[in-house]
Design a binder for this molecule. Structure first.
Ligand SMILES: CC(C)(COP(=O)(O)OP(=O)(O)OC[C@H]1O[C@@H](n2cnc3c(N)ncnc32)[C@H](O)[C@@H]1OP(=O)(O)O)[C@@H](O)C(=O)NCCC(=O)NCCS
Length: 158
């Protein structure tokens, strides 16, 4: 099973993070990394990370394989961005990154629930999140946005 390390984005890794790409048909499913980094720059609730293969990141100049960002507010950890560069997809990195983010969020004392969302057309994300124990989240503040499906991690999942 793939294992990943999450590392903060630094001035040295900024360009690599911004240059990560998803396939053309996936672009509508995730905001550009440059926009996510701008959000994190203006709001302290967001935590952006580069995703690295756990074995590779001790080597000199390891490749960033993807990007993930979560936010913490109102006792919830919300995973709002996840992307794996198209060159590195289908190797288990997306799943490993979600597992690592969930592990980190569970360590925050203020986080009581963990949630995420995906575009309703995004079958890969739906399969991945459901396999980790996320279930539909009917939250009143979210009902207006029909294109997006909101999910919450069931108690007792990983
Ligand atoms: C969704 C995404 C992050 C998955 O990353 P990945 O590293 O390729 O995924 P993994 O190799 O860890 O696969 C995990 C699971 O995702 C699902 N999955 C991944 N790619 C899939 C595809 N093309 N079609 C259907 N399911 C897919 C499968 O359930 C897979 O589990 P399995 O291999 O046991 O069947 C990646 O496809 C991506 O970056 N997509 C574009 C951005 C995006 O949609 N982000 C999610 C925003 S909510």
């Amino acid at each position: 099973m793939a294992k990943v390390s999450l590392m903060r984005i630094t001035p040295e890794t900024l360009d690599e993070c911004v240059s990560l790409k998803v396939a053309n048909h996936q672009k509508e499913f995730v905001a550009p990394n440059i926009y996510s980094l701008a959000q994190a720059a203006v709001s302290p609730i967001y935590h952006p990370f580069g995703i690295y293969d756990a074995d590779a990141h001790y080597r000199a100049n390891p490749s960033m394989v993807g990007f993930v960002m979560y936010g913490i507010s109102n006792a919830r950890g919300f995973i709002l961005r996840l992307m794996i560069d198209e060159k590195f997809q289908k190797r288990g990195y997306g799943r490993a990154a979600m597992i690592e983010v969930i592990r980190r969020l569970k360590l925050h004392p203020e986080v009581e629930r963990i949630a995420t969302s995906h575009d309703r057309k995004n079958e890969a994300a739906a399969r991945l999140y459901e396999s980790l124990g996320f279930v539909d989240w009917k939250h009143e503040a979210r009902t207006g946005d029909s294109g997006e499906r909101y999910l919450i991690l069931q108690e007792g999942s990983i």
